[in-house]
Design a protein around this ligand. Sequence first.
Ligand SMILES: [Zn+2]
Length: 329
Amino acid sequence: MKELLQKLTAAFGPSGYETNVRELILETIKNDVDEYRVDALGNLITRKGTLKENGKRIMISAHMDEIGLMVTHVDEQGYAYVTNLGGVRPLNCMSNRVIFENGTEGMLCARDLENGKIPALNQYFVDTGASSRENCEVKIGDPCVFAGNFVDMGDRWMSKTMDDRIGCYIAIEALKELKDSPNEIYFVFSVQEEVGLRGAKTAAYSIDPEIGIALDVTMCFDTPGLVERNLKFGAGPCIKAKDGSLVGTPWLNNAIYDAAERAGIPYQIEVLRGAGTDAGAIALSRSGVPSSAISVACRYVHTPSEMVDVNDVNQAIRLLVEFVSHEIK
Ligand SMILES: [Zn+2]
């Protein structure tokens, strides 16, 4: 199990460049699904089960892409300047290493560090060790991601891409465990979530689901200075009441709470002021889809050291299996 997550989190996959992640996932699940296809944007759309009496067509979405940076230009001295692919905060760029798809690694540093102010993203350059534009191993348009290994901390796991390889992992484990269900379940491994929920939009159009569920990370408010909020490690999966992209459909959330209670799984109700998940895009597909999200609390989101609680992850897998295995009303 852990070995799979280790591979998933290590795969290079900024928004729009998810091929490595998709190939790894497809290799892992192709014998466990009834059908699969890759659409024009690169979403991996898989189906498990067929619609039976009282069943529903459900879309479960976990995004394959991770936040990253893209080279805007390389100067004469060989420094590569960058722009963001998704929600990269300038503060989190300082003194971090990045890696490109061709294996080139570099140090992220900013041009102006005066006054202790956080530099804007366009002040940052990647030093790949090149001494000129000509001998620089990267060029305009090349994407890169934060470098950082998977770390097993016992009850907690840390990596640069828990957002959202942990969602992919939960989907994979759930679809492998899933036996009998009246529902027709589409497990989607989506692209380009971090740049605006783009893959889920086209996948939802083609699947035309009756219910949409995103699997993603959410904030964790149990570190010093943030303790006033409820989302924390070890208290179970989080069920989406609201974020910047979605108000979780109340009857659907009630059905998820019921599933959690049936199976004795603790859960938290998630209210975020901003942010969004694939559920926001699914909800607005075609004439509208009742949607929600099952999230895992994650510390240090969008840094190279995103951390999750192992028990929360396992409970999220159990909750998803329990929820989709039964008639949903
Ligand atoms: Zn995410």
